[in-house]
Write a protein that binds this ligand. Structure first.
Ligand code: ZN
Length: 377
């Protein structure tokens, strides 16, 4: 989905997904609605103003929550690439899992803690102000305060990968000394909570109408997140026993640099039904040709156009060393923004390119591990 970069704080890129604008609108709408119920004679301009300001305050509050996670993670020596804000909140993209249960607990707890503190401060501030304050300001302080406290408590739900679930996992991890088993239990609790929210939302929907739909949506979102996060931890663990070298596509099929696109289609793409191939010149891999690169060239020119001119350069793709573990490979895939998702595997000593790892290779490596568990333990 479309991302807007809005700046950099502490070297962390802040990105806004288009769907975030929806939450600003929604929070704003509910705040304005609350205002209109209290003061039916309020002007439309005042309503709009209160709506927009409340929407922006929530966005800033989510950002502060994520920054708290990220800055503490950085203190623990973990790299944080970016913070993404989207419809149901935000996510700090911390490049590695915390190294110890204690650091995971602290990194996870500071987010909800910051939300609770901000919410508390806003409410205290409100009650110390004189009563003659304009009602729009009172409503904004009250609404933002309550929303932040809600954000804090929601994130303390013991539903992995929500913050509270991460804390639960860290406690189990410390007790059992097994990250995968701890993640499995925390994910089960997460799934349970997600279904609980969906059922509760459904009852709300039947009794009170549309508001329940939000809970159903959040529950569904949470359920997907839980599944994905658990699978990621499980797959990383399974693949950590393989090297990048073990995961390279076999057999290696390469298209010569000077083949025409028409020949490449008939001799490679049609024959092997793969979406991309490495391109070689003088025995060295110099680029990647994907089916989409060919589609960009008009049909009538494909008999003259050579592969070397349509291919993409290797620099467009991330790379990894042959002796890096499968866990590193998984991580690179999770962070990857290039399409197709491909990883170049280089020999550690001389940067010689050994081959590629595509998404299908990840899947076959996982299958290999299921068939030969003793090799992936
Ligand atoms: Zn959080």
């Amino acid at each position: 989905m479309l991302n807007i970069k809005i700046g950099k704080i502490y070297g962390i890129e802040i990105k806004l997904r288009i769907s975030t604008l929806l939450i600003i609108g929604l929070v704003g709408f509910y705040a304005a609605n609350f205002y209109a119920i209290l003061v039916p004679t309020v002007s439309l301009i005042d309503l709009l103003l209160v709506g927009i300001i409340n929407g922006l305050i929530i966005l800033a509050s989510i950002l502060v929550h994520e920054l708290a996670h990220s800055i503490v993670a950085q203190r623990y020596g973990l790299k944080v690439k970016e913070i993404e804000l989207y419809l149901f909140g935000g996510a700090s993209k911390i490049e590695e899992e915390p190294r110890t249960p204690k650091s995971e607990i602290i990194i996870s707890a500071v987010g909800p803690l910051s939300s609770l503190i901000i919410g508390g401060l806003l409410l205290i501030f409100l009650f110390t102000l004189p009563l003659s304050l304009p009602l729009g300001v009172v409503i904004t302080l009250f609404y933002s305060g309550i929303s932040n406290i809600g954000l804090g408590f929601f994130n303390l739900f013991p539903a992995f990968p929500v913050d509270g679930g991460r804390i639960l996992r860290a406690i189990l991890w410390a007790k059992r000394k097994n990250l995968v088993a701890a993640t499995k239990t925390a994910s089960r609790v997460g799934t349970f909570f997600a279904y609980g929210l969906i059922v509760y939302g459904f009852i709300q929907f039947l009794l009170f109408g549309l508001n329940g739909i939000w809970l159903i949506l959040i529950g569904t979102f949470l359920n997907n997140q839980t599944k994905q996060s658990y699978l990621q931890v499980l797959n990383e663990e399974t693949l950590s026993h393989l090297n990048a070298k073990d995961m390279i596509s076999v057999p290696r099929l390469e298209i010569p640099f000077n083949l025409t696109l028409l020949e490449a289609i008939s001799q490679f793409f049609m024959l092997y039904k793969k979406e991309y191939f490495p391109v070689i010149k003088n025995g060295l891999i110099i680029g990647i040709i994907h089916i989409d690169d060919i589609k960009k060239v008009p049909v009538e020119q494909r008999s003259e156009f050579i592969v070397g001119y349509a291919m993409r350069k290797l620099n467009d793709f991330p790379s990894i060393y042959d002796d890096d573990s499968g866990k590193q490979v998984m991580k690179k895939f999770v962070q990857m923004e290039s399409k197709p998702q491909l990883l170049i595997v280089k020999e550690h000593r001389d940067d010689f390119i050994l081959g590629l790892i595509g998404k299908d290779d990840l899947v076959s490596s996982l299958r290999f591990c299921q068939l030969n568990p003793e090799k992936c333990q």
